[in-house]
Design a protein around this ligand. Sequence first.
Ligand SMILES: [Zn+2]
Length: 329
Amino acid sequence: MTRYSRQTVLPEIGERGQEQISKGKVAIIGLGGLGSVMSEGLARAGVGMLRVIDRDVVELSNLQRQALYHEGNVGMAKADVVKEKLQKINSEVEVDARVVEVSPNNVEGLIEDVDIVLDATDNMKTRFLLNDACVKNKVPWIFTAILGTYGMTMNIEPGEGPCLRCLLSVMPDPGSMETCATAGILFSLPRVLANIASTEAVKYLVDADLRPTLLTMDIWKNDYEQIDVARRDGCHCCGEGEYEYLDGDEDVTTELCGRDAVQVSPGERVDIELDKYQERYGAERVGRSLVKFSVDGYELTLFKDGRLIVEGTEDHKKALSVYSEYVGR
Ligand SMILES: [Zn+2]
């Protein structure tokens, strides 16, 4: 196999390891800065099956950092573009492209038949859901998050070590966290973290021991740290076996007739700090319970109970992306 000769010569991989990689099945959730790099690397490495999942389309603002996409792809579904590119890179790899919103209804079906799952999402809500699904089905996954010049990644092996909720017991309140739309992302940051996480995925496929720590880094300052995270007694998810995000309701989108607008209602009860939106986006406060602001050509109305009306689109998936970008979970 000359195709993989630079890899099989490595003592860490060898012919046997390459054989294991070619039988490996990996799901990549999210095809932005992280997922586009992960999927390219794993296709080149010869992973047998890649399930690439993203609800969104390519936008011009993605091109600054996301691999595989070019100007001609703007407006096309990311998963479809990735599938086409990966098959040109390596026709031996099976690519299963899914243009879907990962939800409590479909998440288990997306992860239960793969060896390992790579988190390349941009929001904590999907990560908590993924943690529930992976712990319940005993599928390992790799948490990776990036913002600004800072990133972190942790390998999660259900039954072996801590889960995401051992690290973060509750989900941060909507609106309390910065998102990539507010804090930005350095062009090179996703590539660094994506390659570290996909290396761990390949290590898993060849039965190597994974890094047991939470790795954090600021690549601008060159600060790198490894932090020990212990399994937490009484963790709701991996301790008590309560899968509240998996059992929770989905965010519901409703089209608002004749308004070119979609309303997103969060699946759980939330309480938004509207002041933050006044500070961050110069949002206009309207009474006690809502603010209005505009971003990316959309007029947004955000209510204290977490509902968001996105004016300027009738596309439900688009409204959900605007929701996770600006309400930020
Ligand atoms: Zn846990």
